[in-house]
Ligand binder design. Structure first.
Ligand code: G3H
Length: 496
């Protein structure tokens, strides 16, 4: 199906293979996991249901491969990453096609995801060469009681085997955002893609294979979470976990051993709109922030908190834009496409019905066909409604009318999430005060929340995550500091 001969070896019959020890393999389990197309709700692809024995083998090889990779010069690691980035971009069409079929990502956005991923890999190679090429030199006499008898040299060393678990909504981009920093820093990588998105991820991994990375350094294991999920995340051979997804991340962090964790677990990003805001700009940002990829982004605007005095005008502006959103299949590049699974659609519907029962104002008629849910703005939402707090991960956006900025900040901070937020005002001084008061990892002033550009730090507070991402932070997170101390027989001070 890939439309490219380059990917012929990654499939056997109609089941995609997994990648281990530099080869594409069939699982000895003889079982497969079906991938349901969100639009047709039929099986689109099948991937191998790998076993725990196969996971053990993969981690064993990853350990060995990492030892030699750590001895590979930094510039050579960067060179291979640049090569993989170029191959990835060259094959953007077949990979994007998988994203369209597996996760119903609109065709244009699917291509953008692959191109952005290639750029991320290249940037990571360049950043790694710079930051890993530097260390620190410290002298002992700055600490009280010491003469200048000790020189301390610090450098960054790899952690070992990094387990990468990306989510369905960016199975390529959020995979490479973990793979590239891990590799440039001298680690090996074991990728467990989400079930939906696995085939796009396997195609992406093949680009790394074509680039010529050493055998076993990059592996990709597919299968049921219930069979290999805990086994992978609790595996003693794993030295670091980078996970993006939902609540599962909380369970992983409780079970994982004493290893560094990087977690990004969703958000309930609040959009606070002041009386002096540019309401046209706010409306455009709400549409982009709330409805792009049908609201299935952790950084989506998930609640609008608008000053009551400007609420009517804002709602009118947003509604006129909602009316222009196209709804339909991802192949037609529609703005609103089917949500990823039927259970997702059912969950979203549950939130909508709860809001209906409790008296929210429906700005549009609620409409659903299969997994396709029409965009909906819910006005006059109150804190007793589930949708005021829970993330729909769908094209349904609650709006709460507030009477003071403090009320908006209070609502934002009462959430158990703290990923991003945004504030719209023409008064930069007020914006800074509000940003400082919001308990979120990032606050965007006069724009919708977003992770990118991908070199910006990206982090969530509270249940939104552990650690910070973004290219530089991820490279640093996937290393440890190593010190070598030179002890001199007598104090030595530099002169002149
Ligand atoms: O879904 C979570 C992603 O990290 C959001 O990324 O802001 O680029 O859509 P994005």
């Amino acid at each position: 199906m890939s439309g490219s001969e380059a990917f012929a070896e990654i499939i056997d019959g109609d089941v995609y293979k997994y990648y281990a020890d530099g080869e594409w393999k069939k699982s000895a389990s003889g079982k497969f996991v079906p991938i349901i197309n969100p639009t047709t709700r039929n099986t689109q692809f099948k991937v191998q249901a790998c076993s725990q024995e196969e996971v053990n083998k993969i981690i064993e090889t990853a350990k060995l491969a990492q030892k030699s990779w750590a001895k590979t010069p930094l510039w050579k690691r960067a060179e291979l990453l640049h090569k993989a980035a170029a191959i990835l971009k060259q094959h953007k069409a077949p990979i994007a096609e998988c994203l369209v079929k597996e996760i119903a990502k609109p065709a244009k956005d699917a291509v953008t995801e692959v191109v952005r991923s290639g750029d991320l890999v290249s940037y990571c190679a360049e950043e790694g060469v710079r930051i890993l090429g530097e260390g620190k030199f410290l002298v002992s006499d700055s600490f009280p009681g010491n003469e200048r008898t000790k020189y301390c040299l610090t450098s960054k060393i790899p952690l070992g085997v990094v387990l990468a678990i990306p989510p369905f909504n960016y199975p390529v981009n959020l995979a490479v955002s973990k793979i590239a920093p891990a590799l440039i820093a001298g680690n090996s990588i074991v990728l467990k893609p989400p079930t939906q998105g696995a085939v796009a991820a396997l195609h992406m991994v093949h680009c790394f294979h074509l680039a010529g990375f050493p055998k076993g350094l990059v592996s990709c294991v597919t299968g049921k979470g219930s069979d290999i999920g805990d086994f992978l995340t609790m595996h003693p051979g794993v030295n670091c976990i980078s996970f993006t997804g939902g609540d599962t991340g909380i369970a992983i962090s409780r079970k994982a051993g004493m290893i560094p964790l990087q977690m990004e677990l969703g958000g309930k990003d609040a959009c606070i709109i002041l009386e002096d805001a540019d309401l046209d700009l706010a409306a455009v940002s709400i549409i982009k922030g709330g409805f792009s990829y049908s609201g299935q982004r952790c950084t989506a605007v998930k609640v609008v908190l608008v000053m009551a005095s400007v609420a009517d005008t804002l709602v009118e502006k947003v509604n006129s834009k909602v009316a222009k959103l196209t709804v339909g299949p991802p192949e037609d590049d529609c703005d609103i496409t089917p949500v990823v699974t039927e259970s997702s659609a059912n969950f979203i519907e549950g939130l909508v019905m709860d809001a209906k029962q409790k008296g929210a104002t429906f700005c549009q008629e609620y409409k659903r066909e299969g997994n396709l849910i029409w965009p909906l703005l819910l006005d006059n939402v109150r804190p007793d409604m589930r949708i005021a707090w829970e993330e729909p991960f769908g094209p349904v956006l609650p709006l709460i009318r507030i009477n003071s900025v403090d009320e908006g900040i209070h609502h934002c901070n009462a959430s158990n999430f703290g990923l991003q937020g945004c504030v719209f005002t023409k008064d930069i001084n007020k914006a800074i005060l509000i940003s400082d008061a919001m308990e979120t990892g990032t606050v965007q002033i006069n724009s919708a929340p977003a992770r990118g550009p991908d070199h910006f730090p990206f982090q969530g507070l509270k249940d939104s995550g552990i650690g910070s991402q973004g290219i530089t932070n991820s490279i640093n997170m996937m290393t440890k500091t190593k010190s070598t101390v030179i002890n001199l027989p007598s104090p030595s001070y530099t002169m002149g």
